[in-house]
Design a binder for this molecule. Structure first.
Ligand code: NAD
Ligand code: LMR
Length: 338
């Protein structure tokens, strides 16, 4: 069972997006910086005091985004790179955030994005392996359950894979669960952190409300409703945007939040714990070697993978539904990369 302090720390919503500790020299690249997520994410990273240099790359539009964002009066330097400047964009970077790729339209699943996004992510990972093999890679591009294994296999082929430095970003599920629970119980999100485990698509998203002091009181129809909303929150946004894409602003917030957590860990702050989709031993004996759980972030990236802790009977059912789907998604990514 997770220690209560770990559960509370996992997503610790705060009144400020960023916490800062000692400032270090930290260059962060955004690949896909011209897009719906990339633009606000670049702005939020420009506001993060732990980012000292920001490298913005896209096949279109990144120099313009960089020129715009660079006028914000924070300390970091910002440089934009055009389509043929990927290698320059990656020089000396410590953290690479990847929101490059196509988003869903109504009626599509995340898996429907695979054919387009798999090769985009593979090609970007190949460049990271060549130019910045020690960089920490944060994958936002969907389907995350498959794109993360693609990045791992690509780095492995290049002989530079370090599982402590690869993260699938599931923070939006945590942010949603926290916000939705706050609404249901009439509390502030700062008091309703929720651990979300598994993967990042429909039934692979498993919120552990029983491990939350507010969440364990939500039962019956209210429980069914909130679980469905957490698992399908992405569809809610896709539907409301009506063909114009998927979540961008909340994702930029979540991506910046996770990046700040990682930078704090890399800078030596202790006790930074948040869910993320990483290479994990927890279900590896069932052929599922990537899984999101609470992870402690430290100077090397992944410091400690927490166990899932005690589950309610409902959560065990959710986990049982998650595992076979996740296994398929991971295998699809691996097959592609092979
Ligand atoms: P978007 O179309 O607005 O932006 C994508 C950007 O990627 C574009 O600017 C495009 O030019 C760029 N791009 C395409 N190929 C590229 C390449 N080879 N190199 C560099 N840049 C490239 O899409 P968006 O709304 O920003 O979404 C991006 C991705 O993030 C989608 O796959 C979406 O499903 C995913 N997403 C994930 C989460 C999550 O929780 N992990 C949440 C929201 C969206
Ligand atoms: C989300 O959860 O909002 C993203 O994965 C985008 C999507 O396609 O739903």
């Amino acid at each position: 069972m997770l220690a209560r302090s770990a559960v509370r720390a996992l997503a610790a919503p705060s009144s400020r997006l960023f916490s800062s500790s000692a400032a270090r020299n930290t260059k962060v690249a955004v690949l896909g910086a011209g897009g719906g997520i990339g633009q606000p994410l670049s702005l939020l990273l420009k506001s993060d005091p732990l980012v000292t240099s920001l490298s913005l790359y896209d096949i279109r539009g990144a120099p313009g985004v960089a020129a715009d964002v660079s006028h914000v009066d924070t300390g970091s330097e910002v440089t934009g790179y055009a389509a043929d400047q990927l290698d320059q964009a990656l020089e000396g970077v410590k953290v690479v955030v990847i929101p490059a790729g196509v988003p869903r339209k109504p009626g599509m699943t995340r898996d429907d994005l695979f054919n387009t996004n798999a090769s985009i992510v593979r090609d970007l990972a190949t460049a990271v392996a060549r130019v910045a093999p020690e960089a920490h890679i944060l994958v936002i591009s969907n389907p995350v359950n498959s794109t993360v294994p693609i990045v791992a296999a690509t780095l492995e082929k290049a002989g530079v894979f370090n599982p402590a430095r690869l993260f699938g970003i599931t923070t939006l599920d945590v942010v949603r669960a926290t916000r939705f629970l706050a609404g249901v119980v009439g509390a502030q999100p700062a008091d309703t952190p929720v651990t979300v485990i598994g993967g990042h698509s429909g039934p692979t998203i498993v919120p552990l409300l029983s491990q939350s002091s507010h969440g364990k009181g939500v039962t019956g129809e209210a429980y069914e409703k909130i679980v469905h909303r957490i698992q399908f929150g992405g569809d809610e946004v896709v539907k409301a945007k009506d063909g114009a894409g998927s979540a961008t602003l909340s994702m930029a917030y979540a991506g910046a939040k996770f990046t700040n957590s990682l930078l704090r860990g890399l800078n030596g702050e202790k006790g930074v714990v948040t869910p993320t989709f990483v290479k994990s031993p927890l279900f590896a004996d069932q052929g599922i070697d990537f899984f999101a759980t609470n992870v402690e972030l430290g100077v090397n990236g992944v410091e400690k993978i927490h166990p899932i802790g005690a589950l309610s009977a409902e959560e065990q059912k959710l986990l049982d539904a998650c595992l076979p789907e996740l296994k398929k998604n991971i295998a699809k990514g691996k097959d592609f990369a092979a």
